[in-house]
Design a protein around this ligand. Structure first.
Ligand SMILES: Nc1nc2c(ncn2[C@@H]2O[C@H](COP(=O)(O)OP(=O)(O)OP(=O)(O)O)[C@@H](O)[C@H]2O)c(=O)[nH]1
Ligand SMILES: *[C@@H]1O[C@H](CO)[C@@H](O)[C@H](O)[C@H]1NC(C)=O
Length: 454
């Protein structure tokens, strides 16, 4: 199927929303190429979504891209706004002392950049616009109970009985109650389970034709996959790449994927902290490193244009990876050996470590080095409180992304997101798509090179 690739949010009036802070939020940006097509009759609709609570921050970013492209596709015909699901209750966000729920997207991302791709608003602003703490319809996406019929993939979706015990219950007033990101008063008017075997883009016709209310929420949105937006024309080819799908790498050869990805610019306050750390400890500035940032819509760098700061960066994933991927995760000693080789090869002295390891492990790792300088970003309490575990992880990703050479951890989505950031900045892929090997691996296959497309 041929899909219109241009984005046409069509406008007659710019829709302006007032948020709590009395600032005005322009959700629909007037587009000079657009022309009024919707007519007065089509009022704005809101798409909400949530993801399986078990999924981590970096996989959630991938789900955002799928849903964002669905919203983009919807906007070819109807004005839809994506409501950004507040962050919270993430399994990996271990800091007990921090209040890590109802975290706004603006804590982590630059909303103006997201809006260059599709119209988005924060959940709290959505509640203000609705004037009532309500989500009109929820569809809980699930698989088909019977699996694939004839063992064959086909596109389909049907309202079915719920398979799992769903985390929504009807109260005595007939209101559907659930988590709703920690907003206790929010309820839904209608709830149903929807069995899907579908690309995100194919949800479009369901949303346009089978739902009519002002707001619709897709729960378990990770069930839909990057589809139309991918290079793969046939589903079976995609499914052969199941591993890539699970780890959030599907559709990476398409412009749509990369547009959504490029629009996910980190919030300036986090980039600034990372940049200051680079300057102070790693002799790294954008001018010298050729990593000056422009608005993402204007930025188009060739591979190899970025030079990067004079350091090696390593994403050293530990914690659950030590048992989940024990065949591919190196000991600290063996990691140090590989890092030393990279320092020698690149004639560098400094190393930046991004890791979920504890202080002891970090000290142990440092102990393996005699001459090299090993750095790690340590947030102040104030920064931890303001930007939480997610913000600190982003600062780590940002610093790691600016190194002359990067090496990550086997199938970690955290490493993947750093690799994408480096593609956007214009690094030579040879310096990006690398991973640490474990001592037990005979053949240490390196990550595939998922290069940017414009
Ligand atoms: N600050 C910081 N946190 C990290 C780092 N690596 C992992 N984490 C934390 O651990 C979480 C899990 O990381 P990932 O494995 O990359 O992401 P994920 O989305 O959970 O998906 P999986 O890779 O499948 O586990 C991150 O979201 C962070 O909270 C790191 O280098 N620095
Ligand atoms: C959507 O509506 C069409 C037409 O009424 C119907 O055939 C189809 O089954 C509906 N889809 C779902 C998932 O309910």
């Amino acid at each position: 199927m041929q899909i219109k690739t241009h984005f046409c949010i069509v406008l007659f009036n710019t829709i302006v929303l007032a948020s709590h802070a009395h600032e005005k939020v322009d959700v629909f940006k007037p587009d000079t190429h657009s022309h009024a097509e919707f007519g007065e009759a089509k009022s704005v609709r809101y798409l909400l979504y949530d993801v399986n609570p078990g999924e981590g921050f970096n996989l959630r970013r991938d789900v955002f891209m799928r849903v964002a492209n669905l919203v983009k596709f919807l906007n070819d015909d109807e004005p839809w706004v994506l409501v950004l699901p507040p962050w919270g209750r993430l399994y990996h966000w271990k800091s007990q002392d921090l209040n890590q729920i109802k975290v706004k997207w603006s804590t982590f991302f630059d909303l103006a950049s997201l809006r260059e791709h599709i119209p988005v608003i924060e959940f709290e602003d959505y509640l203000t616009v609705m004037g009532e703490e309500v989500v009109e319809e929820i569809y809980y996406l699930q698989r088909y109970k019977e699996g694939w019929t004839n063992g064959k993939w086909e596109e389909k979706m049907d309202i079915r009985d719920c398979i799992d015990r769903v985390p929504y219950q009807k109260d005595e007033d007939g209101k559907w109650r659930g988590w709703f990101f920690g907003y206790e008063n929010v309820y839904a008017k209608k709830f149903a389970c929807l069995s899907v075997q579908s690309e995100a883009g194919n949800m479009k016709s369901f949303l346009m034709k089978n739902t009519t209310s002002r707001s619709v929420m897709l729960e378990r949105a990770e069930q839909v996959i990057h589809g139309q937006y991918s290079e793969f024309s046939s589903m079976s080819v995609m499914l052969d790449r199941a591993e890539q799908l699970i780890h959030g790498r599907s559709g990476q050869h398409s412009t749509n994927y990369w547009d959504a990805r490029r629009s996910m610019v980190f919030a300036k306050h986090l980039r600034d902290i990372g940049d200051e750390f680079r300057r102070e400890y790693l002799d790294s500035t954008d001018e010298n490193d050729k990593t000056v940032l422009k608005s993402w819509t204007q930025m188009k760098k060739n591979h190899g244009e970025a030079k990067g700061g004079p350091y090696i960066s390593v994403h050293l994933r530990r914690k659950d990876y030590l048992y989940a991927h024990k065949e591919q995760v190196p000991s600290l000693k063996y990691a140090a050996k590989q890092i030393k080789e990279l320092l020698k090869k690149n004639k560098l002295k400094k190393v930046f470590i991004a890791s979920d390891c504890d202080e002891n492990d970090f000290e142990t790792l440092k102990g393996f080095f005699k001459k090299a300088e090993i750095y790690r970003y340590k947030p102040t309490q104030e920064i931890r409180e303001k930007y939480k575990d997610g913000g600190v992880a982003i600062i780590d990703q940002w610093i790691a992304a600016h190194a002359r050479h990067f090496v990550g951890t086997y199938v970690s989505t955290f490493s993947f997101r750093i690799q994408e950031e480096r593609e956007i900045l214009g690094f030579d892929p040879e310096t990006t798509f690398n991973r640490l090997c474990s001592e037990s691996e005979e053949e240490c296959e390196q990550p595939s090179k998922w290069k940017i497309v414009y």
